[in-house]
Design a protein around this ligand. Structure first.
Ligand SMILES: NC(=O)c1ccc[n+]([C@@H]2O[C@H](COP(=O)([O-])OP(=O)(O)OC[C@H]3O[C@@H](n4cnc5c(N)ncnc54)[C@H](O)[C@@H]3O)[C@@H](O)[C@H]2O)c1
Length: 340
């Protein structure tokens, strides 16, 4: 089936990341809009879109739209997705799913009333290396997850004079509010430790307690250069752990014997470390961050497949964990329960 799709928000992320990957799917882009007429025009021209405008209502009035996609911003995602759902369309929405839990719940309620799907841009689930790690963790061999460690850093690019970490929480940290649960289990409670080294420059260590008894720590902050690799994961089980560096390198450590005393020592399929890196020189798939795989899951889900597509239910859950984290930031060192 070819989906007739309208797109809202022709900014940097849509232009550079999402739309080039969306174009690989069975989609006819029939309408685009952006408050910035030039941005909408640029995208409209590039993809041969019939309706190009600045007004959401005019976009939604176009006939025969199946899906509305958007990459705009927190409160806009709430309002635009609800309008699209009320118009009877499925929605693909970048994160975040609104600015808070109430927004995410409002979108979920609208999706339920419309009986339509809302796919959410938690593409870190679909980054190739994370995907491989997730498949390892879910295998019978791996057993129960005991612990999770993650690092997700960025720079204080958002603040000039007026220190406001909201964008850091809603645009960055929110990814890990989903990812920890995806790899481990629902988060029951968390405790935040915080070091603000200067205005706009903070480092958070967030300790998570999961429903399956696992524990985890995620280091997030605004004190590293965006020109450096800033992401790392480790999922630990009993005598095994899988690690992902910078979403492009996977190592699966198991339980090998010491090698030094064994002159016959070699590499064993069963116990030694398995590793993977992509071949960046191949003129082949460039989707290591997972945007294309996320769209694939979205359209397969619309076609009836049960898969790991992050939906608005995952968006609600991520915002609940985020709400607990914000409470924890206000009371460092205090254990905060995730409210459901
Ligand atoms: N998943 C990811 O890796 C990832 C990466 C970057 C950005 N994002 C998300 O994508 C969204 C957009 O980010 P961006 O970096 O492209 O921002 P941006 O500011 O470059 O683009 C947003 C665009 O939306 C337009 N806009 C604002 N309000 C509008 C409205 N009411 N109607 C129509 N257009 C409107 C703006 O004019 C702008 O062109 C954010 O929610 C961000 O969190 C996700």
């Amino acid at each position: 089936m070819t989906y007739r799709m309208a797109w809202v928000g022709c900014g940097r992320h849509a232009e550079q990341m999402l739309l080039p990957q969306l174009a690989r799917h069975d989609v006819e882009l029939v309408a685009v809009c952006d408050l910035n007429a030039e941005a909408a025009q640029r995208i409209g021209q590039r993809y041969g879109v019939a309706h190009v405008g600045t007004d959401l209502q005019a976009l939604l009035a176009q006939p025969g739209i199946d899906v509305v996609g958007m990459a705009v911003g927190p409160t806009q995602h709430r309002d635009i997705s609800i309008a699209a759902l009320e118009r009877g369309c499925h929605v693909f929405m970048e994160k975040p799913t609104g600015a808070n839990v109430a927004d995410a719940l409002a979108i979920e309620a609208a999706a339920s009333r419309a009986n339509k799907t809302v796919g959410v841009g938690f593409m870190k689930r679909f980054a190739t290396a994370n995907r491989m790690a997730h498949n390892v963790v879910r295998s019978a061999e791996f057993g129960n997850v005991a612990g999770f460690y993650g690092e997700y850093m960025t720079a204080p690019t958002y603040f000039s004079g007026n220190v406001d970490y909201t964008g850091f929480y809603l645009h960055h940290c929110v990814h890990y509010m989903d990812l920890v649960r995806y790899f481990v289990a629902p988060v029951l409670h968390l405790t935040v430790f915080r070091n603000e080294i200067a205005a706009g420059k903070q480092l958070l260590h967030v300790h998570f307690g999961f429903a399956n008894g696992a524990i985890g720590t995620v280091v997030m902050g605004t004190i590293q250069s965006r020109g450096t690799p800033m992401e790392r994961l480790q999922i630990m089980g009993d005598h095994r752990r899988v690690e992902v560096n910078g979403v492009i390198e996977v190592n699966y450590f198991r339980d090998p014997p010491f090698k030094a005393d064994d002159l016959e020592a070699s590499l064993s399929d069963q116990v030694d470390t398995l590793s993977w890196k992509p071949n960046f020189t191949a003129a082949a798939n460039e989707d290591f961050k997972g945007y294309n795989a996320l769209f694939k899951a979205f359209f397969e889900n619309l076609g009836g497949a049960a898969n790991d597509l992050p939906t608005i239910a995952d968006g609600v859950e991520a915002m609940r964990v985020m709400a607990a984290m914000l409470e924890g930031i206000a009371s460092p060192g205090t254990c905060i329960a995730v409210k459901r």
